[in-house]
Design a protein around this ligand. Structure first.
Ligand code: BG6
Length: 479
Protein backbone atom coordinates (compact mmCIF):
# COMPACT_ATOMS: atom_id res chain seq x y z
CA UNK A 1 0.00 0.00 0.00
CA UNK A 2 1.14 3.59 -0.52
CA UNK A 3 2.23 5.47 2.59
CA UNK A 4 -0.01 7.84 4.49
CA UNK A 5 1.14 11.47 4.81
CA UNK A 6 3.96 12.29 7.22
CA UNK A 7 2.68 12.94 10.74
CA UNK A 8 -0.39 10.74 10.25
CA UNK A 9 -1.68 9.96 13.75
CA UNK A 10 -1.69 6.18 14.07
CA UNK A 11 -3.05 5.28 17.46
CA UNK A 12 -5.57 3.45 19.56
CA UNK A 13 -8.83 4.51 21.19
CA UNK A 14 -10.35 3.92 24.62
CA UNK A 15 -12.80 5.57 27.00
CA UNK A 16 -12.19 6.15 30.71
CA UNK A 17 -15.22 4.23 31.96
CA UNK A 18 -14.49 1.19 29.82
CA UNK A 19 -10.92 0.57 30.97
CA UNK A 20 -9.89 2.64 33.98
CA UNK A 21 -11.80 0.92 36.78
CA UNK A 22 -11.08 2.60 40.12
CA UNK A 23 -14.69 3.76 39.97
CA UNK A 24 -14.60 5.25 43.48
CA UNK A 25 -10.83 5.71 43.88
CA UNK A 26 -9.16 9.10 44.44
CA UNK A 27 -12.45 10.78 45.31
CA UNK A 28 -14.20 9.86 42.03
CA UNK A 29 -17.99 10.08 42.14
CA UNK A 30 -20.32 7.58 40.45
CA UNK A 31 -21.12 8.30 36.82
CA UNK A 32 -24.14 7.35 34.72
CA UNK A 33 -22.30 4.22 33.56
CA UNK A 34 -21.54 3.08 37.10
CA UNK A 35 -25.21 2.11 37.51
CA UNK A 36 -25.29 -0.01 34.35
CA UNK A 37 -25.23 -3.79 34.74
CA UNK A 38 -23.82 -6.29 32.24
CA UNK A 39 -26.03 -7.40 29.35
CA UNK A 40 -25.22 -9.61 26.38
CA UNK A 41 -25.89 -9.75 22.63
CA UNK A 42 -29.66 -9.21 22.51
CA UNK A 43 -29.93 -8.67 26.30
CA UNK A 44 -29.96 -4.98 27.25
CA UNK A 45 -27.92 -3.60 30.15
CA UNK A 46 -30.08 -2.50 33.09
CA UNK A 47 -29.84 1.06 34.36
CA UNK A 48 -30.43 0.62 38.11
CA UNK A 49 -30.23 4.36 38.94
CA UNK A 50 -28.51 3.61 42.27
CA UNK A 51 -25.78 1.09 43.08
CA UNK A 52 -27.42 -2.17 44.19
CA UNK A 53 -25.48 -4.62 46.37
CA UNK A 54 -26.66 -7.71 44.47
CA UNK A 55 -25.88 -6.44 40.96
CA UNK A 56 -22.64 -6.73 38.99
CA UNK A 57 -21.35 -3.51 37.41
CA UNK A 58 -18.59 -4.40 34.95
CA UNK A 59 -17.25 -0.85 34.62
CA UNK A 60 -16.44 -0.52 38.31
CA UNK A 61 -13.21 -2.44 37.98
CA UNK A 62 -13.05 -2.65 34.16
CA UNK A 63 -9.44 -3.65 33.32
CA UNK A 64 -7.96 -1.65 36.20
CA UNK A 65 -5.87 0.73 34.11
CA UNK A 66 -6.18 3.12 37.06
CA UNK A 67 -3.64 1.02 38.96
CA UNK A 68 -1.75 -0.36 35.95
CA UNK A 69 -1.35 2.63 33.67
CA UNK A 70 2.44 2.49 33.54
CA UNK A 71 2.50 -1.14 32.46
CA UNK A 72 -0.24 -0.55 29.86
CA UNK A 73 1.30 2.59 28.43
CA UNK A 74 4.63 0.74 28.10
CA UNK A 75 2.79 -1.83 25.96
CA UNK A 76 1.19 0.92 23.84
CA UNK A 77 4.65 2.37 23.30
CA UNK A 78 6.03 -1.03 22.33
CA UNK A 79 3.24 -1.30 19.76
CA UNK A 80 4.48 2.01 18.34
CA UNK A 81 1.36 4.12 18.92
CA UNK A 82 1.80 7.77 17.96
CA UNK A 83 -1.32 8.81 19.84
CA UNK A 84 -3.81 7.47 22.35
CA UNK A 85 -7.39 8.60 22.31
CA UNK A 86 -9.09 8.38 25.69
CA UNK A 87 -11.44 10.45 27.82
CA UNK A 88 -11.27 12.29 31.11
CA UNK A 89 -13.80 10.76 33.51
CA UNK A 90 -15.97 13.82 34.28
CA UNK A 91 -16.88 12.48 37.75
CA UNK A 92 -13.19 12.04 38.62
CA UNK A 93 -12.77 15.79 38.26
CA UNK A 94 -16.17 16.88 39.56
CA UNK A 95 -17.48 13.92 41.60
CA UNK A 96 -21.03 15.27 41.77
CA UNK A 97 -20.73 17.70 38.90
CA UNK A 98 -21.93 20.84 40.64
CA UNK A 99 -19.03 21.50 43.05
CA UNK A 100 -17.31 24.87 43.14
CA UNK A 101 -13.84 23.32 43.05
CA UNK A 102 -12.46 20.33 41.14
CA UNK A 103 -11.10 17.20 42.79
CA UNK A 104 -7.30 17.53 42.87
CA UNK A 105 -6.67 13.77 43.09
CA UNK A 106 -8.61 13.27 39.85
CA UNK A 107 -6.71 16.04 38.08
CA UNK A 108 -3.41 14.60 39.30
CA UNK A 109 -4.30 11.15 37.94
CA UNK A 110 -4.59 12.54 34.41
CA UNK A 111 -1.41 14.58 34.85
CA UNK A 112 0.35 11.32 35.65
CA UNK A 113 -1.23 9.50 32.70
CA UNK A 114 -0.44 12.30 30.21
CA UNK A 115 3.14 12.60 31.50
CA UNK A 116 3.62 8.88 31.08
CA UNK A 117 2.23 8.99 27.53
CA UNK A 118 4.38 11.97 26.55
CA UNK A 119 7.44 10.33 28.06
CA UNK A 120 6.92 7.54 25.50
CA UNK A 121 6.24 9.98 22.67
CA UNK A 122 2.50 9.21 22.58
CA UNK A 123 0.24 12.19 21.94
CA UNK A 124 -2.94 12.21 24.06
CA UNK A 125 -6.17 12.81 22.11
CA UNK A 126 -8.83 13.63 24.65
CA UNK A 127 -12.62 13.36 24.67
CA UNK A 128 -14.21 15.44 27.40
CA UNK A 129 -17.47 13.55 27.69
CA UNK A 130 -17.60 9.87 26.77
CA UNK A 131 -20.76 8.68 28.59
CA UNK A 132 -19.27 9.68 31.99
CA UNK A 133 -21.61 12.35 33.34
CA UNK A 134 -21.65 12.47 37.16
CA UNK A 135 -24.68 10.46 38.31
CA UNK A 136 -25.74 13.31 40.58
CA UNK A 137 -26.29 15.60 37.58
CA UNK A 138 -28.47 12.99 35.92
CA UNK A 139 -30.53 12.26 39.01
CA UNK A 140 -30.88 15.72 40.50
CA UNK A 141 -30.97 17.92 37.40
CA UNK A 142 -32.35 15.53 34.78
CA UNK A 143 -29.02 15.64 32.95
CA UNK A 144 -28.89 17.92 29.91
CA UNK A 145 -32.58 18.69 30.25
CA UNK A 146 -31.23 21.44 32.46
CA UNK A 147 -29.29 24.38 31.04
CA UNK A 148 -27.34 24.40 34.32
CA UNK A 149 -25.76 21.09 33.34
CA UNK A 150 -24.50 22.78 30.18
CA UNK A 151 -22.81 25.34 32.46
CA UNK A 152 -21.31 22.58 34.60
CA UNK A 153 -19.96 20.89 31.49
CA UNK A 154 -18.37 24.12 30.29
CA UNK A 155 -16.77 24.60 33.68
CA UNK A 156 -15.42 21.03 33.58
CA UNK A 157 -14.06 21.67 30.08
CA UNK A 158 -12.43 24.91 31.17
CA UNK A 159 -10.73 23.23 34.13
CA UNK A 160 -9.35 20.48 31.87
CA UNK A 161 -8.20 22.91 29.16
CA UNK A 162 -6.44 25.08 31.74
CA UNK A 163 -4.78 22.26 33.61
CA UNK A 164 -3.56 20.29 30.57
CA UNK A 165 -2.96 23.16 28.15
CA UNK A 166 0.69 22.21 27.66
CA UNK A 167 0.15 18.45 27.56
CA UNK A 168 -2.88 17.96 25.30
CA UNK A 169 -3.38 19.54 21.90
CA UNK A 170 -6.19 17.42 20.39
CA UNK A 171 -9.62 17.50 22.05
CA UNK A 172 -13.18 16.42 21.33
CA UNK A 173 -16.23 17.64 23.24
CA UNK A 174 -18.89 14.88 23.21
CA UNK A 175 -18.39 11.29 22.13
CA UNK A 176 -20.93 9.97 19.61
CA UNK A 177 -23.33 12.76 20.51
CA UNK A 178 -25.72 11.48 17.84
CA UNK A 179 -26.34 8.03 19.37
CA UNK A 180 -29.34 9.53 21.13
CA UNK A 181 -31.09 10.07 17.78
CA UNK A 182 -32.15 6.48 18.37
CA UNK A 183 -34.67 7.38 21.06
CA UNK A 184 -36.13 3.87 21.17
CA UNK A 185 -33.18 2.53 23.10
CA UNK A 186 -33.00 4.10 26.60
CA UNK A 187 -29.28 3.36 26.77
CA UNK A 188 -28.40 6.21 24.44
CA UNK A 189 -30.23 9.17 25.99
CA UNK A 190 -28.97 8.00 29.37
CA UNK A 191 -25.32 7.70 28.39
CA UNK A 192 -25.21 10.73 26.08
CA UNK A 193 -27.21 13.08 28.26
CA UNK A 194 -28.19 11.58 31.63
CA UNK A 195 -31.82 11.60 30.53
CA UNK A 196 -34.71 9.17 30.92
CA UNK A 197 -37.89 9.84 28.97
CA UNK A 198 -41.08 10.10 31.03
CA UNK A 199 -44.40 8.62 30.12
CA UNK A 200 -46.41 10.81 27.79
CA UNK A 201 -43.37 12.71 26.52
CA UNK A 202 -42.42 12.85 22.86
CA UNK A 203 -38.99 11.24 23.08
CA UNK A 204 -37.75 12.91 19.89
CA UNK A 205 -38.69 16.36 21.14
CA UNK A 206 -36.93 15.68 24.47
CA UNK A 207 -33.88 14.54 22.53
CA UNK A 208 -33.73 17.75 20.46
CA UNK A 209 -34.19 19.90 23.57
CA UNK A 210 -31.41 18.12 25.38
CA UNK A 211 -29.27 18.18 22.25
CA UNK A 212 -29.63 21.95 22.05
CA UNK A 213 -28.09 22.31 25.51
CA UNK A 214 -25.24 20.03 24.52
CA UNK A 215 -24.59 21.79 21.23
CA UNK A 216 -24.47 25.13 23.04
CA UNK A 217 -22.21 23.62 25.73
CA UNK A 218 -19.89 22.23 23.06
CA UNK A 219 -19.68 25.57 21.25
CA UNK A 220 -19.00 27.46 24.49
CA UNK A 221 -16.31 24.94 25.39
CA UNK A 222 -14.63 25.32 21.98
CA UNK A 223 -14.50 29.09 22.39
CA UNK A 224 -13.11 28.84 25.95
CA UNK A 225 -10.52 26.29 24.84
CA UNK A 226 -9.30 28.51 22.00
CA UNK A 227 -8.96 31.41 24.41
CA UNK A 228 -6.86 29.27 26.76
CA UNK A 229 -4.59 27.92 24.03
CA UNK A 230 -5.08 29.04 20.41
CA UNK A 231 -3.01 26.04 19.32
CA UNK A 232 -5.68 23.60 20.51
CA UNK A 233 -7.41 21.51 17.86
CA UNK A 234 -10.93 20.91 19.14
CA UNK A 235 -13.20 18.54 17.30
CA UNK A 236 -16.66 17.05 17.43
CA UNK A 237 -17.24 13.31 17.52
CA UNK A 238 -20.11 11.40 15.96
CA UNK A 239 -20.95 7.80 15.33
CA UNK A 240 -21.38 7.27 11.63
CA UNK A 241 -23.35 4.37 10.20
CA UNK A 242 -24.05 5.36 6.58
CA UNK A 243 -27.51 4.49 5.32
CA UNK A 244 -27.60 3.01 1.82
CA UNK A 245 -30.62 2.84 -0.45
CA UNK A 246 -31.52 -0.79 -1.06
CA UNK A 247 -31.92 -0.24 -4.81
CA UNK A 248 -31.92 2.39 -7.55
CA UNK A 249 -35.65 2.82 -7.00
CA UNK A 250 -35.92 6.62 -6.56
CA UNK A 251 -38.08 5.97 -3.48
CA UNK A 252 -35.22 4.07 -1.86
CA UNK A 253 -32.76 6.82 -2.80
CA UNK A 254 -34.90 9.57 -1.29
CA UNK A 255 -35.63 7.52 1.81
CA UNK A 256 -31.91 6.95 2.42
CA UNK A 257 -31.27 10.66 1.82
CA UNK A 258 -33.87 11.62 4.40
CA UNK A 259 -32.72 9.05 6.94
CA UNK A 260 -29.15 10.28 6.60
CA UNK A 261 -30.28 13.55 8.20
CA UNK A 262 -30.33 11.64 11.46
CA UNK A 263 -26.60 11.18 10.97
CA UNK A 264 -25.86 14.68 9.71
CA UNK A 265 -27.85 16.78 12.17
CA UNK A 266 -25.20 16.95 14.89
CA UNK A 267 -22.13 17.43 12.70
CA UNK A 268 -24.05 20.00 10.62
CA UNK A 269 -24.46 22.17 13.72
CA UNK A 270 -21.01 21.49 15.16
CA UNK A 271 -19.21 22.24 11.90
CA UNK A 272 -21.38 24.95 10.31
CA UNK A 273 -22.52 26.67 13.50
CA UNK A 274 -26.24 26.79 12.76
CA UNK A 275 -29.25 24.48 12.58
CA UNK A 276 -29.83 22.92 9.16
CA UNK A 277 -33.05 23.87 7.36
CA UNK A 278 -34.37 20.27 7.29
CA UNK A 279 -34.27 20.25 11.12
CA UNK A 280 -36.04 23.60 11.43
CA UNK A 281 -38.74 22.28 9.10
CA UNK A 282 -39.10 19.15 11.23
CA UNK A 283 -39.49 21.24 14.41
CA UNK A 284 -42.12 23.35 12.65
CA UNK A 285 -44.01 20.31 11.34
CA UNK A 286 -44.06 18.58 14.68
CA UNK A 287 -44.50 21.66 16.85
CA UNK A 288 -41.26 20.98 18.76
CA UNK A 289 -40.14 23.67 21.21
CA UNK A 290 -36.37 24.04 21.24
CA UNK A 291 -35.05 25.95 24.28
CA UNK A 292 -33.22 28.66 22.34
CA UNK A 293 -32.10 31.57 24.52
CA UNK A 294 -31.04 34.97 23.32
CA UNK A 295 -27.47 34.78 22.10
CA UNK A 296 -27.52 31.04 21.33
CA UNK A 297 -27.23 31.58 17.57
CA UNK A 298 -24.08 33.58 18.15
CA UNK A 299 -22.68 31.01 20.57
CA UNK A 300 -23.16 28.27 17.97
CA UNK A 301 -21.59 30.40 15.25
CA UNK A 302 -18.56 31.21 17.40
CA UNK A 303 -17.92 27.69 18.60
CA UNK A 304 -17.50 25.66 15.44
CA UNK A 305 -15.06 22.77 15.51
CA UNK A 306 -11.63 22.44 13.90
CA UNK A 307 -12.07 18.86 12.79
CA UNK A 308 -14.64 16.09 12.72
CA UNK A 309 -13.84 12.90 14.60
CA UNK A 310 -16.04 9.92 13.96
CA UNK A 311 -16.45 6.24 14.65
CA UNK A 312 -17.08 3.87 11.81
CA UNK A 313 -17.96 0.24 12.36
CA UNK A 314 -20.64 -0.65 9.82
CA UNK A 315 -23.23 0.52 7.33
CA UNK A 316 -26.94 -0.10 7.13
CA UNK A 317 -29.53 -0.21 4.34
CA UNK A 318 -33.13 0.97 3.93
CA UNK A 319 -35.89 -0.19 1.62
CA UNK A 320 -38.91 2.00 0.96
CA UNK A 321 -41.56 -0.71 0.61
CA UNK A 322 -40.92 -2.44 3.92
CA UNK A 323 -41.93 -1.52 7.48
CA UNK A 324 -40.60 -3.53 10.39
CA UNK A 325 -40.47 -3.10 14.11
CA UNK A 326 -36.78 -2.71 14.91
CA UNK A 327 -37.45 -1.06 18.26
CA UNK A 328 -34.50 -1.76 20.52
CA UNK A 329 -32.42 -3.11 17.67
CA UNK A 330 -29.04 -1.43 18.01
CA UNK A 331 -27.71 -2.63 14.69
CA UNK A 332 -30.24 -1.04 12.40
CA UNK A 333 -30.60 1.99 14.61
CA UNK A 334 -34.28 1.09 14.94
CA UNK A 335 -34.85 2.27 11.38
CA UNK A 336 -38.30 0.96 10.47
CA UNK A 337 -37.19 0.42 6.88
CA UNK A 338 -33.85 -1.17 7.77
CA UNK A 339 -32.97 -4.38 5.92
CA UNK A 340 -29.90 -6.59 5.69
CA UNK A 341 -27.55 -5.70 2.86
CA UNK A 342 -27.18 -8.84 0.69
CA UNK A 343 -23.62 -7.87 -0.32
CA UNK A 344 -22.28 -7.62 3.24
CA UNK A 345 -21.42 -10.15 5.95
CA UNK A 346 -21.76 -9.38 9.65
CA UNK A 347 -19.71 -10.03 12.82
CA UNK A 348 -20.92 -12.43 15.54
CA UNK A 349 -22.68 -9.45 17.09
CA UNK A 350 -24.48 -8.68 13.84
CA UNK A 351 -22.40 -5.63 12.89
CA UNK A 352 -22.09 -5.41 9.10
CA UNK A 353 -18.50 -5.55 7.83
CA UNK A 354 -18.20 -2.95 5.09
CA UNK A 355 -14.75 -1.42 4.48
CA UNK A 356 -15.90 0.42 1.34
CA UNK A 357 -18.41 2.21 3.54
CA UNK A 358 -15.46 3.87 5.30
CA UNK A 359 -14.15 5.38 2.05
CA UNK A 360 -17.69 6.40 1.15
CA UNK A 361 -18.10 8.08 4.57
CA UNK A 362 -14.80 9.93 4.33
CA UNK A 363 -15.81 11.30 0.95
CA UNK A 364 -19.33 12.30 1.99
CA UNK A 365 -18.05 14.08 5.09
CA UNK A 366 -15.21 15.81 3.29
CA UNK A 367 -17.43 16.97 0.43
CA UNK A 368 -19.94 18.32 2.93
CA UNK A 369 -17.64 20.00 5.45
CA UNK A 370 -14.20 20.57 3.91
CA UNK A 371 -12.45 20.32 7.29
CA UNK A 372 -9.96 17.68 8.48
CA UNK A 373 -11.41 14.33 9.49
CA UNK A 374 -10.18 11.91 12.13
CA UNK A 375 -11.25 8.24 12.32
CA UNK A 376 -11.24 7.91 16.10
CA UNK A 377 -12.93 4.49 16.31
CA UNK A 378 -13.04 1.47 14.04
CA UNK A 379 -12.62 -2.17 14.91
CA UNK A 380 -13.79 -5.70 15.18
CA UNK A 381 -15.46 -7.02 18.33
CA UNK A 382 -14.95 -10.79 18.50
CA UNK A 383 -14.34 -13.73 20.79
CA UNK A 384 -10.63 -14.52 21.26
CA UNK A 385 -9.01 -17.69 22.59
CA UNK A 386 -5.99 -17.59 24.86
CA UNK A 387 -3.84 -20.59 23.88
CA UNK A 388 -1.88 -22.65 26.41
CA UNK A 389 1.36 -20.97 25.32
CA UNK A 390 -0.05 -17.47 25.92
CA UNK A 391 -0.60 -16.68 22.24
CA UNK A 392 -3.84 -15.36 20.73
CA UNK A 393 -4.47 -15.76 17.01
CA UNK A 394 -6.83 -13.13 15.65
CA UNK A 395 -6.63 -13.28 11.83
CA UNK A 396 -10.20 -11.99 11.43
CA UNK A 397 -9.38 -8.81 13.36
CA UNK A 398 -6.27 -8.26 11.23
CA UNK A 399 -8.29 -8.82 8.06
CA UNK A 400 -10.97 -6.36 9.23
CA UNK A 401 -8.47 -3.64 10.11
CA UNK A 402 -6.38 -4.22 6.99
CA UNK A 403 -9.38 -3.88 4.70
CA UNK A 404 -10.45 -0.66 6.38
CA UNK A 405 -6.95 0.84 6.25
CA UNK A 406 -6.83 0.01 2.53
CA UNK A 407 -10.00 2.01 2.00
CA UNK A 408 -8.89 5.00 4.05
CA UNK A 409 -5.65 5.04 2.09
CA UNK A 410 -7.66 5.35 -1.15
CA UNK A 411 -9.69 8.16 0.37
CA UNK A 412 -6.49 10.04 1.23
CA UNK A 413 -4.19 9.30 -1.69
CA UNK A 414 -6.74 8.93 -4.50
CA UNK A 415 -9.74 11.01 -3.41
CA UNK A 416 -7.77 13.75 -1.63
CA UNK A 417 -9.51 13.64 1.73
CA UNK A 418 -7.71 15.46 4.56
CA UNK A 419 -7.44 12.74 7.21
CA UNK A 420 -5.59 13.40 10.47
CA UNK A 421 -5.28 9.89 11.78
CA UNK A 422 -6.70 6.51 12.64
CA UNK A 423 -7.24 5.15 16.15
CA UNK A 424 -8.74 1.64 16.15
CA UNK A 425 -11.20 1.07 18.97
CA UNK A 426 -10.30 -0.78 22.15
CA UNK A 427 -6.59 -1.16 21.47
CA UNK A 428 -6.54 -3.26 24.65
CA UNK A 429 -9.54 -5.44 25.61
CA UNK A 430 -12.12 -3.45 27.58
CA UNK A 431 -15.74 -3.63 28.72
CA UNK A 432 -18.14 -3.38 25.78
CA UNK A 433 -20.31 -0.29 25.82
CA UNK A 434 -23.55 -1.68 24.45
CA UNK A 435 -23.44 -5.10 26.10
CA UNK A 436 -21.15 -4.65 29.13
CA UNK A 437 -19.36 -7.85 28.14
CA UNK A 438 -15.62 -8.56 28.23
CA UNK A 439 -16.08 -11.35 25.73
CA UNK A 440 -16.67 -8.87 22.89
CA UNK A 441 -13.01 -8.06 22.41
CA UNK A 442 -11.49 -5.42 20.14
CA UNK A 443 -7.95 -5.27 21.51
CA UNK A 444 -4.56 -6.10 20.13
CA UNK A 445 -3.68 -6.76 23.76
CA UNK A 446 -5.67 -9.49 25.48
CA UNK A 447 -6.78 -9.01 29.10
CA UNK A 448 -7.48 -12.10 31.17
CA UNK A 449 -10.88 -11.18 32.54
CA UNK A 450 -14.31 -12.64 31.79
CA UNK A 451 -17.89 -11.39 31.66
CA UNK A 452 -18.44 -12.06 35.36
CA UNK A 453 -15.29 -10.21 36.42
CA UNK A 454 -13.10 -13.29 37.01
CA UNK A 455 -9.52 -13.57 35.77
CA UNK A 456 -5.95 -12.57 36.59
CA UNK A 457 -6.09 -9.26 34.63
CA UNK A 458 -2.81 -10.34 33.03
CA UNK A 459 -2.07 -8.77 29.62
CA UNK A 460 -1.03 -10.85 26.55
CA UNK A 461 -0.09 -9.75 23.04
CA UNK A 462 -2.38 -10.97 20.26
CA UNK A 463 -1.03 -11.60 16.73
CA UNK A 464 -2.51 -8.24 15.73
CA UNK A 465 -0.09 -6.52 18.12
CA UNK A 466 2.98 -7.24 15.95
CA UNK A 467 0.97 -6.68 12.78
CA UNK A 468 -0.17 -3.20 13.82
CA UNK A 469 3.34 -2.36 14.99
CA UNK A 470 4.59 -3.02 11.45
CA UNK A 471 1.78 -0.97 9.91
CA UNK A 472 2.71 2.03 12.04
CA UNK A 473 6.44 1.60 11.56
CA UNK A 474 6.04 1.63 7.78
CA UNK A 475 3.35 4.35 7.85
CA UNK A 476 0.89 2.00 6.25
CA UNK A 477 3.17 0.66 3.52
CA UNK A 478 3.30 -2.87 4.95
CA UNK A 479 -0.17 -4.11 5.62
C1 BG6 B 1 -18.90 3.31 20.26
C2 BG6 B 1 -18.48 3.92 21.56
O1 BG6 B 1 -20.29 3.26 20.28
O2 BG6 B 1 -18.58 2.03 19.93
C3 BG6 B 1 -17.60 3.05 22.41
O3 BG6 B 1 -17.94 5.20 21.44
C4 BG6 B 1 -17.97 1.60 22.20
O4 BG6 B 1 -17.68 3.50 23.72
C5 BG6 B 1 -17.75 1.22 20.74
O5 BG6 B 1 -17.31 0.70 23.04
C6 BG6 B 1 -18.02 -0.22 20.41
O6 BG6 B 1 -19.23 -0.63 20.93
P1 BG6 B 1 -19.35 -1.94 21.80
O7 BG6 B 1 -20.73 -1.99 22.26
O8 BG6 B 1 -19.00 -3.05 20.90
O9 BG6 B 1 -18.38 -1.79 22.92
Amino acid sequence: MAKLPEGFLWGGALAAHQFEGGWNAGGKGPSVVDVMTAGAHGVPRKITQTIEADEFYPNHEAIDFYHRYKEDIALFAEMGLKCLRTSIGWSRIFPKGDEAEPNEAGLQFYDDVFDELLKHGIEPVITLSHFEMPLHLAREYGGFRSRKVADYFVKFAEVCFGRYKDKVKYWMTFNEINNQMDVHNPLFLWTNSGVTVKEGEDAKEVMYQVAHHELVASALAVAKGKAINPEFQIGAMVSHVPIYPYSCNPEDIMLAEEEMRQRYFFPDVHVRGYYPSYALKEFERKGYQIPFQEGDEEILRNGTVDYLGFSYYMSTTVKSDIQQDHTGDIINGALPNGVANPYIKASDWGWAIDPTGLRYTLNRFYDRYQIPLFIVENGFGAVDTLEADGSIHDPERIAYLRSHIEELEKAVNYDGVDLMGYTPWGIIDIVSFTTGEMKKRYGMIYVDRDNEGHGSMKRYKKDSFAWYHKVIETNGEEL
